[in-house]
Design a protein around this ligand. Structure first.
Ligand code: TYM
Length: 327
C-alpha cells in the first residue's frame, strides 16, 4: 500500500511561480510514489470576502492549473473541498480540542489581523488552520508537500492529531511536511525580504502563471538585484539567490551550476536569459491550460469527490464513534 499524500491551494488571487515551485512542481514529482490527493480548498478562500461567481470560476481555474502543471487524475484524486462535507464536520470537532492561544500564535493570522482591526476580522481567519488540519487528518495523510509558509499550520495539524489520539484513542496518522529544497520559499521580485504572494499590492511582486511573455520580461527587468555585479549564489545576495533558484528549478539544474554559467557575465545577461527560461516554461503551460474544457474538468472533479467521499465518510464513522455520537 502506498502512503497517503495530501495538498491544496486556495482559489484566491493569481497563482504565481512561488505556488508552482513551492508546491505544484513537487506534487507532480511525488504523485507516482504516494496515494496522492490534490484539493482546491474553496472553504478556505471564503475566510475573506469573495464574489460568488468569481469564486466558482477561480475554483475551476485552479483545478485546470493543477492539470496543466502535470497533476494526473489517473494517478491521484483531484477534487474540490466543499464537495466533501466531511471536511467541515471534522473541522468542527477539531475546533473543540484546538486552543485559541494556539491559533492566535499563527504568523499568518497575526499578519492578516494586523492589516484589519480586530472587529473587522472574520472568525474563520482564526480557525482556518483547524480546517486545514481537518483536510489533512481526514485522509490519514502521512506527507504534506507545501511551501515553508505553511509549516506552522502543519505543526498544528500534528499537535491536533496527537491530542485527539491521546484523548479518544488512536485515530489519526501524524502527518509530516515535505518541502521542495530551493523552492520552499520563493521571494518577492520587488523585495527579497518578503515572500512572493498572491495578495501582494504590486504586481511586480510576482510572476503569475497566466502572465504573457512581455509581462514576464518587464517584471524580470524590474526585479531588484543586489549591489555588485558578480553572479554568485550566496546568502549575502538574497535577491540574486532568489532569481537563481527560480532559474535552476525551471531548468532542472543546481543554482550553483547556473551561477557558474554566468561567471564573468553581468546581471543584464542573466536576467535576459532568466526571462526566457520563465517564458519557455509558461508558454506550453498556458497552452495546456487553454486546451482544457470546463466540462471535462468538472467531470474529473466530480469523479475525484466521489473517491474522496468514500474514504472520508468511513473515517468519520470512526471519529463519531470515538467522540461519543449516537450511531
Ligand atoms: P496557498 O493557497 O496560500 O498556497 C498554495 C501553496 O503554495 C505555497 N506557496 C509558496 N511556496 C514557495 N514560495 C512562495 N512564495 C509561496 N507562496 C505560497 C504554499 O506553501 C502552499 O503549499 N492553507 C493553504 C492551503 C491548504 C492546504 C491544506 C495545504 C488548505 N488545506 C492542506 C496543504 C494541506 C494555503 O493557503 O496555501
Amino acid at each position: 500500500m502506498k502512503k497517503r499524500l495530501f495538498s491544496a491551494v486556495q482559489p484566491s488571487g493569481n497563482l504565481h511561480l512561488g505556488n508552482y515551485l513551492g508546491a505544484l512542481q513537487n506534487w507532480v514529482k511525488l504523485q507516482d510514489d504516494y496515494e496522492a490527493m490534490f484539493c482546491v480548498v474553496d472553504l478556505h478562500a471564503i475566510t475573506v470576502p469573495q464574489d460568488p461567481a468569481a469564486l466558482r470560476q477561480k475554483t475551476l481555474e485552479i483545478a485546470k492549473m493543477y492539470l496543466a502543471a502535470g497533476v494526473d487524475p489517473a494517478k491521484c484524486t483531484l477534487f474540490v473541498q466543499s464537495h466533501v462535507k466531511e471536511h467541515t464536520e471534522l473541522a468542527w470537532i477539531l475546533n473543540t480540542i484546538a486552543k485559541v492561544s494556539e491559533l492566535e500564535r499563527m504568523t499568518q493570522f497575526k499578519d492578516k489581523s494586523q492589516k484589519d482591526s480586530k472587529e473587522g476580522i472574520g472568525a474563520g481567519l482564526l480557525t482556518y488552520p483547524v480546517l486545514m488540519a481537518a483536510d489533512i487528518l481526514l485522509y490519514d495523510t502521512v506527507v504534506v508537500p507545501v511551501g515553508k509558509d505553511q509549516m506552522q499550520h502543519i505543526e498544528l495539524a500534528r499537535t491536533l492529531a496527537r491530542r485527539f489520539n491521546d484523548t479518544f484513542g488512536e485515530t489519526f496518522a501524524v502527518p509530516e511536511c515535505n518541502l521542495s529544497k530551493e523552492g520552499a520559499l520563493i521571494m518577492a521580485l520587488d523585495d527579497p525580504a518578503k515572500k512572493m504572494s498572491k495578495s501582494a499590492a504590486s504586481e511586480y511582486n510576482y510572476i503569475a502563471l497566466t502572465d504573457d511573455a512581455e509581462t514576464v520580461r518587464k517584471k524580470i527587468k524590474k526585479a531588484v538585484t543586489d549591489s555588485g555585479t558578480e553572479i554568485v549564489y550566496s546568502d549575502s545576495k538574497p535577491a540574486l539567490k532568489n532569481l537563481l533558484n527560480i532559474y535552476a528549478l525551471l531548468s532542472d539544474k543546481k543554482p550553483e551550476a547556473v551561477a557558474g554559467e554566468y561567471a564573468g557575465k553581468g546581471y543584464a545577461d542573466f536576467k535576459n536569459d532568466l526571462a526566457e527560461v520563465i517564458v519557455n516554461f509558461l508558454a506550453p503551460f498556458q497552452e495546456r491550460l487553454k486546451a482544457l474544457s470546463d466540462e471535462e474538468v468538472l467531470k474529473m472533479l466530480a469523479a475525484g469527490a466521489e473517491k474522496a467521499r468514500t474514504f472520508a465518510s468511513e473515517k468519520m464513522v470512526q471519529v463519531r464513534t470515538r467522540v461519543g455520537f449516537l450511531a
